[in-house]
Design a binder for this molecule. Structure first.
Ligand code: MGD
Ligand code: SF4
Length: 731
């Protein structure tokens, strides 16, 4: 089945950059696509432009098709996110298409939830069942009892379905398990978040501080290209991480910070910038409010004070602050992406935002640029009914959407009214491994009236679903357009490279069919996706056939910088709010506060987790190509600690957390590249669905061990780096 792209060929296509760690550009995992003729078998029959779904960055892809099989994919040179290149995960996209473990037809559960016994059914039967059960739950408990967990571009059509039903419960782990604190913090400070495609002018930066952002392992193609360009121009990198990450190896300074103490370092940087008069005075004077309060707040946050918290030498704190200041305004502290760590995370992100303000880098080359969007009008449909919501147990004053974690809690709460949650629809979202505390999520799912999973692969969530609606992979389907704010305004199309391999369907079709069966056809008035997309593109005055041919239409942007001394921001004061009145009014700290983290007890390690260049969470761990390159995660442990525990590299070890939850075995990686007080693993492994022949029980799952979270008081994010583990050899 999986015959066209062998591992050998995959590595040839990717230039072996994944394994080599460092490509010619000097940045890891970064690769230039091979030419069309490299695909074995000579010229392809056709080349179909589309965009990638191996992660949520959505790079432009060219799919080479021969004899109705995709033989190779590479970056679309016209697409401004990929510029002709893909990251290692993206290059493995063909593996997602030809994974023999894929879901192949609709399935209905025939026994207890979780027992994983199914009967294959027709689409009509599966959709009738789903529409009927959703209708019954809505009639009995109200629309507010239905929740959509959505992750991935195709989720948009299911959001329409949910809104049509009258539910406002669209939740995304990418908010409260990921970017939420940054969105809140930058919103409060600048009135704008850096966005999903972060508006960072990395390529022109002369100094960049990566604070916990492990770019190179965390792979977002365009950012890696941009950082590569900055590297080539001699930019200075400063990496703050308890672990010597790949980006640390490219950095002039590595600050092996004690986990959970970033805010102390950031406040000390602010102390140095202000105390030594190194901040961009004119910029702050004209563009910010609350400077006097900030200066007073950080007066005592000296590098010596921060040293006691962070373990970073005062001189190194001073040197790095000065290094950033010297390069300012072409200097930045990368705002990070996954920022739910220790509970007080909006304050940590506010500190990041404030140090950036002191560097005066907003709208400046080498700082945060001003993006533009190629506007494409929405398809006109009737207004949605008023939205009903579930009632969260806790309220967070500045949460900008319903929270996935709270949806789970509201499910467990179980009062029989519209304030509780009774049905989950999971679109591309493996909830048991995405939310903290897998065991708790599974117990919670047992209480539901209905679980619907729309996925391409078997997964923990599909194992607990009542009905599985198998979606086409991205190489077999149309999807919503993509036109995010970016430095080059563009609109891109996702379109099928090949026909469906099995009895699977595109998300737009599944949502439309469900809508029609539920009497909500007015929200899906188009015949098919081509008609829908074509009509939107035409309304924007663009040529749909050009979009289908090239995969993307770009427009030049006037300027991504604003060099005028005085700028306007979308905050209440129209200025950068160093002191946040909104936080003060909500009874929260108006200036970033530092809370020392709880210490691990003697003999325990703090559990940290992150990414590998070849994988996107649990999404790709079974991918035939990517799993060959990186088959399982390892546990990083400091060499001295391993020695003191009598453990050796390669040992299979078990982990047990503070709540006696055990997981493993996982292979031990003994290294000097991590502090002694923590261990680290890549997220997404330790799969428990037997249908996953390559990833079943390979490595260990961090999510099982994350039984404790610390909620962010501002927006409700779930700080997950607050769990401690002991490590012992497998019995
Ligand atoms: P994390 O995964 O939390 O965030 O990637 P990042 O934004 O980089 O970062 C983990 C790093 O933080 C590790 O190096 C860890 O050692 C370090 N760290 C842990 N605790 C601390 C601390 O207290 N202080 C400091 N300074 N460092 C600490 C996530 C991002 O990656 C996201 S949100 C997405 S959606 C994308 N997902 C993804 C993927 O799944 N795979 C790959 N390959 N790339 C991805 N890119 C994106
Ligand atoms: Fe695909 Fe990689 Fe781009 Fe993500 S960053 S969309 S995985 S090529």
């Amino acid at each position: 089945m999986f015959r066209d792209i062998s591992r050998r060929k995959f590595l040839a296509v990717t230039g072996g950059a994944i394994l080599g760690g460092v490509a010619a550009s000097g940045v890891p995992g970064f690769m230039r696509s091979a030419s069309a003729r490299d695909a074995k078998g000579g010229e392809p029959d056709r080349v179909v432009p589309t965009f990638c779904e191996l992660c949520f960055w959505k790079c432009g892809v060219l799919a080479y098709v021969k004899d109705e099989r995709v033989v190779k994919i590479e970056g679309n040179p016209r697409h401004p996110l990929s510029n002709g290149m893909l990251c290692p995960r993206g290059a493995g996209g063909v593996g997602a298409l030809y994974d023999p473990d894929r879901l192949r037809q609709p399935l209905l559960r025939v026994s207890e939830r979780g027992e994983q016994r199914w009967k294959p059914v027709s689409w009509d039967e599966a959709l009738d069942f789903t529409a009927k059960r959703l209708g019954e739950v809505k009639a009995k408990f109200g629309a507010g009892s239905i929740v959509l967990f959505s992750h991935g571009h195709g989720g948009g059509f299911f959001k329409t379905l949910l809104k049509g039903m009258g539910s406002g419960n669209v939740v995304a782990p990418s908010y409260d398990q990921c970017r939420g604190p940054r969105m809140a913090a930058f919103g409060l400070t600048y009135g704008t978040d850096p966005g999903a495609i972060e508006t960072l002018d990395l390529a022109n930066a002369k100094a960049i501080a990566f604070i916990g952002t492990h770019l190179g392992e965390n792979m977002h193609n365009t950012q890696v290209q941009d950082v590569s360009a900055a590297n080539a121009k001699g930019a200075t990198f400063i990496t703050v991480d308890p672990r010597f990450s790949i980006i640390a190896s490219k950095s002039k300074h590595w600050l092996p910070i004690k986990p959970g103490t970033d805010t102390a370092l950031l406040l000390a940087w602010a102390n140095v910038l202000i105390g030594e008069g190194l901040y961009q005075k004119d910029f702050i004077e004209k563009n910010a409010v609350g400077f006097a309060e900030l200066a007073k707040h950080v007066e005592d946050k000296t590098p010596e004070w921060a040293y006691l918290q962070t373990g970073i030498e005062p001189q190194l704190i001073r040197d790095t602050a000065r290094e950033l200041a010297r390069a300012a305004p072409a200097a930045m502290v990368h705002p990070g992406r996954h920022v739910v760590w220790y509970g007080n995370d909006t304050q940590r992100s506010r500190a990041v935002a404030i140090v950036n303000a002191l560097l005066g880098n907003w709208a400046k080359p080498g700082g945060f640029y001003l993006p533009a969007t190629l506007d494409v009008p929405e398809y006109k449909t009737p207004a949605f009914p008023p939205a009903e919501h579930f009632k969260p147990a806790q309220k967070f004053p500045l949460a900008s959407s319903a929270l996935a974690y709270d949806a789970c809690t509201a499910t467990a709460a179980q009062p029989d009214d519209a304030s509780s949650v009774k049905a989950w629809i999971a679109y591309g979202c493996n909830v048991p491994l995405t939310l903290p505390n897998t065991a708790n999520v599974i117990e919670t799912m047992k209480k539901l009236e209905l679980v619907v999973a729309i996925d391409t692969m078997p997964a923990e969530i599909t194992g607990w679903a009542d009905v599985i609606l198998p979606e086409n992979t991205y190489l077999e389907r149309h999807d919503e357009l993509h036109n995010p704010p970016f430095r080059t305004p563009y609109v891109a199309i996702r379109q099928p490279a090949v026909a469906s391999m099995y009895d699977t369907k595109p998300g737009w079709w599944i949502a439309k069919q469900l809508g029609e069966k539920m009497g909500l056809g007015q929200y899906f008035p188009w015949k098919d996706a081509r008609e829908y997309l074509g009509s939107r593109v035409a309304a924007a005055g663009l040529d749909f056939s050009q979009l289908e041919r090239d995969g993307v239409i770009t427009r030049p942007t006037a300027s991504i910088y604003d060099l005028s001394p005085e700028l306007t921001f979308k905050t209440p004061s129209k200025k950068i709010e160093l002191f946040s009145k909104a936080l003060a009014d909500a009874g929260l700290d108006p200036l970033p506060t530092y809370e020392p983290p709880e210490e691990p007890p003697t003999g325990w390690f703090r559990l940290l987790f992150g990414r590998a260049p070849t994988h996107t969470f649990s999404r790709t761990t079974n991918n035939p190509l990517l799993s060959e390159v990186f088959p399982e995660n390892e546990l990083w442990m400091n060499a001295e600690m391993a020695q003191s525990l009598g453990l050796r590299a390669g040992d299979r070890v078990m982990l047990e957390n503070q709540d006696q939850v055990k997981t493993g075995p996982i292979k031990l990686r003994v290294t000097q590249r991590i502090r002694q007080d923590c261990v680290f693993m890549v997220h997404g492994f330790g799969r428990e669905d037997r249908r996953l022949t390559r990833s079943f029980r390979r490595g260990a799952a961090d999510s099982r061990l994350i039984t404790r979270v610390k909620r962010d008081p501002v927006m409700g994010g779930t700080g997950m780096n607050v769990n401690f583990v002991t490590v012992f050899r497998e019995a």
